[in-house]
Design a protein around this ligand. Structure first.
Ligand SMILES: [Zn+2]
Length: 179
């Protein structure tokens, strides 16, 4: 399913870049950078980014945030004919929500080996009992989407290292005695 980028249309690439910009907003809030945008007939219906920590909400994944935004604007709990672009492969929770919302097509960037439910840990959208078929395509701007995630974790590791060093260097700080 991870097709080369050339199979994606210029529109797909455009919207995935938009999703990447939303992912950056998550990173700015120290949240794992995932962004999602829902589009129909060339127009944005809704958008969102991952923010479970700041939202104290385990369901606040980018896809769910985008679905809530689109559905409340459309005043409809279903979004037929819409495409959702998300920078990272959806998890099982989001895959289920996308089926409930009757999303037509899902385009994702990079795979998520630990939690991705489209192709990595399971093939959720292909389950025969589903009463709605979602067309899924992965690998759109894959490298950029993967880099956004790895850059975030790299910088977080460096910050934690710096913090550890600083705490160690400060006399009187309780953490200085811990190893
Ligand atoms: Zn999710």
């Amino acid at each position: 399913m991870t097709a080369p980028e050339s199979t994606f249309s210029p529109d797909d690439i455009h919207w995935m870049r938009h999703a990447l910009a939303l992912a950056q907003q998550a990173a700015d809030m120290q949240e794992v950078p995932v962004g999602a945008v829902i589009v129909r007939d060339g127009k944005i219906l809704g958008q969102g980014f991952n923010h479970p920590i700041s939202g104290c909400d385990p369901t606040a994944h980018a896809e769910i945030a985008a679905l809530r935004d689109a559905c409340s604007r459309e005043k409809n709990y279903r979004l037929p004919g819409a495409t959702l672009y998300v920078t990272i492969e959806p998890c099982a929770m989001c895959a289920g929500a996308l089926v409930h919302a009757r999303i037509d097509r899902v385009v994702f960037g990079a795979t998520e080996p630990k939690a991705g439910a489209a192709i990595s840990t399971q093939r959720f959208f292909e389950a025969p009992q589903l009463n709605h078929k979602v067309n899924v395509e992965g690998g759109c701007l894959e490298q950029d989407c993967r880099s956004a995630i790895s850059a975030f974790f790299q910088s977080r590791r460096e910050q934690q290292k710096k913090l550890k060093h600083r705490l160690r260097g400060e006399p009187g700080d309780a953490s200085a005695d811990e190893e």
